[in-house]
Design a protein around this ligand. Structure first.
Ligand code: ADP
Ligand code: MG
Length: 288
C-alpha cells in the first residue's frame, strides 16, 4: 500500500505573440508516500509544488511519468477515476475559494459522502456530517452545519475543507500550503488537527509548504524542490540539521532564525502536552 509518484514531468505551453515554447514546471519527480507517513514538499514559490499536487489530484495531466495508488495507475476514467478520488483527496491553500458561498457547510460534506457511497440516505448522511464536523473540532456541529462559508473564520473554513477531504474515506491527503493563508495565531492548531487525523486514520500526507520549521516538525521526510527538480531529500531532521544542497542552505538561511529551528518543536510539544492547541481556533481569531 502506497502512493507512488514515478518520474513525473509537466511541460506547459507558453505563448508569446506568434511563438510558442515549452516550459518545464516539474522535471522527473519520484517519491513514495506510505500510509501513516508525512512527506513535506518544500521550495519557494514557482518551484512546481502545486503542479505536483494537481497532477496527483488528477486536476492536471502529467506530460510524462505516472502515479500509482495502492497498485492502481491514476490514468483512469469514469468509475475507476471515482475510486481513485475516493482514496486521494486534496486540501487547498485558499479556504475562501475552495468552498461554495451559496451552499451550507452540511452540503459540502454531504455531497462527497453520497458520491462515494458512504451514506445511502439523508438521515445517515446527516449523522456522518455531524460526526465529521466534530472530528475536526467544529462545535456545536449542528449549528455549524447550517451555516454558509462566509459565516465562518478562515481557520474554521479550512477545518470544513479537511472534513470534506475525509468524507470519502481518503487514505492519502494532499495538503497544498494548508495554513499559509490563515492567521498566524491559528496555523499550529490546524496543523495539529491534521496530525491527529493522520494518526487516527493512518493517512499518508503530502504536506506542501515553504515553512521549514513546520515541515521538520510534522514530517518524516523532506523533499526540497528547486525549479521543478527535487534537489535534496531525506529524513526531516537530517535535511534541516545537515543540508547538503546549496539551495537548501539558502532556504534555511532565509528562515527568520536558523539557530531556532528546534524551538518550534519544543513549543509544539509543550502545547500538545497541555492539550490546548487544537481547540484554540474555537475561541481565538475570527474572520481573517
Ligand atoms: P509552486 O506551487 O511551487 O508555487 P506551481 O506549481 O504553482 O509552483 O508553478 C510552477 C511553475 O509553473 C510556475 O513558474 C508557474 O508559473 C508555472 N505554471 C503553473 N501552472 C501553469 C499553467 N497552467 N500554465 C503555464 N504555466 C504554469
Ligand atoms: Mg503553490
Amino acid at each position: 500500500m502506497s502512493l507512488e509518484v514515478k518520474n513525473l514531468t509537466k511541460d506547459f505551453k507558453i505563448r508569446s505573440g506568434m511563438k510558442s515554447s515549452n516550459f518545464r514546471a516539474v522535471n522527473d519527480v519520484s517519491f513514495t508516500l506510505e500510509p501513516g507517513k508525512t512527506i513535506a514538499l518544500v521550495g519557494e514559490s514557482g518551484s512546481g509544488k502545486s503542479t505536483i499536487a494537481r497532477m496527483i489530484a488528477k486536476l492536471e495531466n502529467p506530460s510524462a511519468g505516472n502515479i500509482v495508488v495502492d497498485g492502481k495507475d491514476s490514468n483512469v476514467h469514469g468509475r475507476a477515476l471515482r475510486d481513485y478520488r475516493h482514496n486521494v483527496q486534496m486540501v487547498f491553500q485558499d479556504p475562501f475559494a475552495s468552498l461554495n458561498p451559496f451552499h451550507s457547510i452540511a452540503h459540502h460534506i454531504d455531497r462527497p459522502l453520497r458520491l462515494h457511497g458512504k451514506a445511502s440516505n439523508a438521515a445517515e448522511a446527516q449523522d456522518q456530517v455531524i460526526e465529521l464536523l466534530e472530528r475536526v473540532n467544529l462545535k456545536p456541529a449542528g449549528d455549524i452545519a447550517k451555516r454558509r462559508p462566509h459565516e465562518l473564520s478562515g481557520g474554521q473554513r479550512q477545518r470544513v475543507a479537511i472534513a470534506r477531504a475525509l468524507a470519502p474515506g481518503a487514505k492519502y491527503l494532499i495538503a497544498d500550503e494548508p495554513v499559509s493563508m490563515l492567521d498566524v495565531s491559528i496555523r499550529l492548531s490546524v496543523l495539529n488537527l491534521l496530525a491527529r487525523l493522520q494518526r487516527e486514520d493512518n493517512l499518508g500526507v503530502l504536506y506542501i509548504t515553504h515553512d521549514l520549521a513546520t515541515a521538520r516538525h510534522f514530517s518524516d521526510e523532506i523533499l526540497v524542490m528547486y525549479k521543478g527538480n527535487i534537489v535534496e531529500r531525506g529524513p526531516s531532521d537530517e535535511v534541516i540539521l545537515n543540508p547538503q544542497h546549496e539551495y537548501t542552505k539558502l532556504l534555511l538561511g532565509a528562515a527568520p532564525n536558523p539557530a531556532n529551528h528546534g524551538k518550534l518543536r519544543d513549543s509544539v510539544r509543550a502545547e500538545l502536552a497541555a492539550g490546548l492547541s487544537e481547540d484554540r481556533d474555537q475561541f481565538g481569531t475570527r474572520g481573517l
